[in-house]
Design a protein around this ligand. Structure first.
Ligand code: ATP
Ligand code: ZN
Length: 301
């Protein structure tokens, strides 16, 4: 049942953002039993209902006031905004509450590997297949280059291989898929990641704003925890300063005495960056030993 006083959050039903979105909610301590065919899932322990929809519908659901919150790719949001704007429709205000740490990709122009590409003029007036006609148009207009485009929702690279287009404009994360299809990336059109968005603030009731703030604090805590590590190590007292600088701590470190050691102390701290092997090697060079790096589950400041 859909109860009006509950906050409504739209996420992608099935696709690249679905698992990460559900996982984020779970990490925020929200208990939801997602059932395969259902459109709405109700949280058991917070006043939130989750709507499971196609990602393309999420910006419209926010702009038209159907749901208060959504998780969607910046690419899809910007495409929707541009489409409404370029068609002369009213663009209703929305808020970007938080950049999320998943759905990282970019929209790129790709051409066949064998094509001699110098600059964007190399594709002037050629035919480009894309699922993002408005982002593509904005980029070409900015560069003052004319082009032809047609829309395909999905399997855009197939259009090129079938001889229907001369180039494609599609989402890329590593570029491996493009390469496997005999294509090369030549222009980076738009960088994207998943976003938590909401309706215009003035349209949301005070009660719902309170739930949004609570959820947002938890989401920020989850992201921060994922980016941070707890590190414990033994360090020479004389190198304390350079080691703390190297670890880029979130707070001041805890220093503990080590029994039986006169020149070494134990150092515990939260590092606000991932600790890579290279950092561990530098720590060793500075005389550190017994280095332990642990994941952090939750964080609140
Ligand atoms: P739907 O059926 O919901 O319309 P879709 O096929 O349009 O799904 P997906 O392929 O699931 O969309 O991608 C959803 C979003 O995930 C994209 O709009 C983009 O923001 C992000 N995304 C796309 N490709 C990648 C990628 N390779 N890596 C990470 N994120 C990506
Ligand atoms: Zn989609």
């Amino acid at each position: 049942m859909f109860i009006k006083s509950r906050l409504r959050l739209a996420i992608q039903k099935s696709g690249r953002l679905s698992d990460d979105s559900k996982n984020l909610l779970m990490r925020c301590g929200i208990k939801i039993n997602f059932q395969k065919s259902s459109l709405i899932a109700c949280a058991e322990n917070i006043l939130i209902d989750v709507l499971l929809v196609r990602d393309d519908d999420i910006p419209g659901l926010i702009m038209d006031g159907v749901v208060e919150l959504g998780i969607v790719g910046a690419n899809v949001l910007e495409e929707k905004r541009l489409s409404r704007y370029m068609k002369g429709e009213q663009v209703i205000k929305y808020e970007i509450l938080q950049n999320l740490d998943f759905g990282i990709c970019h929209l790129s122009l790709a051409v066949p590997i064998e094509m001699k590409y110098k600059n964007i003029l190399s594709v002037k007036d050629l035919k480009i297949a894309t699922s993002y006609p408005y982002l593509l148009k904005k980029y070409f207009d900015k560069n003052n280059v004319s082009f032809n485009s047609f829309v395909l929702n999905g399997s855009v690279e197939v259009a090129l291989n079938a001889g229907l287009s001369d180039a494609i404009c599609d989402l890329v994360s590593t570029g491996a898929t493009l390469e496997a299809n005999g294509l090369k990336e030549v222009e980076r059109i738009y960088d994207s990641n998943a976003l938590l968005i909401s309706q215009n603030n003035s349209k949301i009731s005070t009660e719902k704003k309170y739930i949004i703030q609570k959820l947002l604090t938890r989401i920020q805590g989850v992201i921060k925890a994922r980016e941070s590590k707890y590190i414990m190590l033994h360090v020479p007292e004389s190198k304390l300063k350079s080691i703390v600088t190297l670890l880029n701590g979130a707070e001041q470190p805890t220093i503990l005495k080590l029994t039986g050691h006169t020149n070494k102390v134990a150092l515990h701290m939260v590092s606000s960056e991932n600790v890579f092997w290279e950092t561990m090697e530098k720590l060793k060079e500075l005389g550190a030993s017994s280095i332990l790096v642990l994941p952090i589950e939750k964080m609140m400041e």
